[in-house]
Design a protein around this ligand. Structure first.
Ligand SMILES: C[S@@+](CC[C@H](N)C(=O)[O-])C[C@H]1O[C@@H](n2cnc3c(N)ncnc32)[C@H](O)[C@@H]1O
Length: 168
């Protein structure tokens, strides 16, 4: 099935290349999830999981589903209790694809589910139609227009490189 996010094959290859970076420790979104959800027995989706996804501990009774437009393109089925979106929105090429991606994530979330999502300060690939780089404040407004509650996680990230928890 095709992704609801409209990217050309070249753009998909470009976002896929961003997952080749090596981290010294698990990225912030995964750490934020692990520290705030001690045990999850529901369905967890690692959205934009990258080429070698390794960061989510799996508990008894929990189903972990991986989805990546470049590396794991099979569309996730059903809805999820938790959706992790780590270092994804910042690698998209334009505002249209960010809007579509956030809409896709909202559609995959259960009514009482949680989204853990960040917007790192580097790299920032996306451009608004006027050519300016998409900023964290623009992303925060978009999240607030999409979800009922958007909480900035003060202990994770920084003002310009935030981590959010969103609920419907
Ligand atoms: C920088 S990597 C992050 C990988 C992993 N989540 C991490 O934090 O290490 C970004 C990944 O997001 C994927 N991606 C970007 N936009 C996506 C979308 N709209 N749907 C699914 N995957 C997407 C890319 O293919 C890429 O593998």
């Amino acid at each position: 099935m095709n992704s609801p996010v409209s990217l050309t094959p070249d753009q998909i290859a470009a976002v896929g290349k961003t997952s080749l970076r090596k981290y010294k420790q698990p990225p912030l979104v995964y750490r934020c999830y692990c520290e705030n959800v001690l045990h999850c027995s529901g369905r967890v989706l690692d959205y934009g999981c990258g080429r070698n996804p390794v960061y989510v501990p799996v508990h008894t009774g929990m189903e972990l589903v991986r989805y990546d437009i470049c590396y794991f393109p099979e569309r996730p089925k059903g809805e999820f209790d938790v959706i992790l979106v780590s270092n994804v929105l910042n690698v998209l090429p334009n505002s249209k694809s960010v809007v579509q991606t956030i809409g896709d994530i909202a559609g995959l979330l259960k009514p009482d589910g949680w989204v853990f999502v960040n917007f790192p300060s580097s790299p920032r690939k996306g451009r608004l139609p006027d050519g300016t780089v998409i900023g964290h404040d623009w992303v925060e407004i978009l999240l607030k227009l999409t979800f009922g509650e958007v909480k900035r996680m003060q202990e994770f990230g920084t003002k310009s490189s935030p981590v959010f928890i969103c609920t419907k």
